[in-house]
Design a protein. Structure first.
Length: 173
């Protein structure tokens, strides 16, 4: 089990992401590269896949409501590297109707959301990644698809590589 994925104590009962871990002090470029590695591990990122970023990070608490804003420099780097094509804020509560959100974009795809990057060791971090399929006003409805995973990454030669992954149970919603 990953650090921050299990039940460790009453003091952290409301923490669902990064329990017992501290946010890593990474420059925007490094943080964006961690996010890029997580997105590439979860999805087949390429020119035919439209990814939009949610304007808020995943909150530490269970669910999707709240979260700190995505640092603008991180979003800029992700856009410059061709990982994201824009932003879209999806409804936060899990009790919403069972349909895909609608985002203004050229093509349907996924809204991605990341947690803080948590420090594990000198050259290793952990990040949570969520993706939710979205529709466009012109695309028609698609089947609902949401996933959340936790990734541990190691820095090797200046590159962040996923070394472990875990599916996050739906109870975090």
């Amino acid at each position: 089990m990953f650090a921050g994925c299990g039940s460790e104590g009453a003091a952290d009962d409301d923490v669902a992401r990064g329990r017992g871990l501290k946010a890593a002090a990474l420059p925007a470029d490094a943080q964006a590269r961690v996010y890029e590695s997580a997105a590439r591990a979860a999805l087949d990122v390429g020119p035919s896949l439209s990814l939009l970023i949610h304007p808020r990070l995943l909150p530490a608490a269970a669910g999707y409501a709240g979260g700190q804003p995505v640092p603008p420099d991180v979003a800029r780097v992700l856009r410059e590297r061709g990982i994201i094509r824009g932003t879209c804020e999806t409804p936060a509560d899990s009790a919403r109707p069972k349909r895909t959100p609608t985002c203004e974009a050229r093509a349907p795809g996924y809204v991605v959301r990341f947690s803080d990057v948590f420090q594990l060791g000198p050259d290793s971090v952990q990040v949570y990644f969520a993706a939710e399929r979205y529709d466009t006003p012109a695309s028609g409805a698609h089947e609902v698809l949401r996933l959340e995973k936790a990734y541990q990454l190691a820095k090797r030669g200046g590159t962040w590589r996923v070394v472990r992954e875990a599916r996050v149970p739906r109870s975090s919603e």
